[in-house]
Design a protein. Structure first.
Length: 149
């Protein structure tokens, strides 16, 4: 078996011989991502599955009406983190509004050219592959588009 690149994290991994179509590495967060993608597809393609899941969630919520209230009381760090993330989303929304009105020069400063593209954040990347990519600026927001390569 040859090394592959995980569909979730992009890191290199050795697939198990019993799973020739394996597309994700064995990290817990990548397994969760695989499961999430599978569930998303299943909900879209199987109306019975979707209905069962929806009903099960409703039943659970009816049996545990104060779950989230209690959870928030018991996990103040979770509440604070949520608050921070919402603040960031609100700030980003404000910035996006500004960006739509006047694109910033910094955001469009990438020039047409050849770049080396590589994944960051993998712990096993001593021999990490990288890609040589050609990026062509098609438009800088005003004027005619630049020529394509
Ligand atoms: Zn992974």
């Amino acid at each position: 078996m040859e090394n592959r690149w995980c569909s979730a994290c992009g890191c290199s991994y050795l697939p198990r011989p019993q799973a020739p179509r394996q597309a994700y590495c064995t990290k817990p967060e990548c397994r969760r991502e695989r499961r999430r993608i599978w569930q998303l597809a299943k909900r879209r393609s199987d109306p019975d599955y979707l209905m069962n899941q929806t009903q099960a969630q409703k039943d659970w919520a009816a049996r545990n009406q104060d779950y989230w209230k209690r959870y928030r009381q018991q996990h103040p760090a979770y509440v604070e983190r949520n608050r921070d993330q919402q603040r960031e989303r609100n700030d980003l929304r404000k910035l996006e509004g500004v960006a739509k009105m006047a694109p910033s020069a910094d955001a469009l400063s990438l020039d047409t050219g050849t770049y080396e593209l590589r994944r960051i954040g993998c712990e096993v990347n001593a021999n990490m592959a990288s890609w040589i990519v050609a990026i062509t600026v098609l438009s800088r927001g005003s004027g005619p588009p630049a020529t394509a390569v």
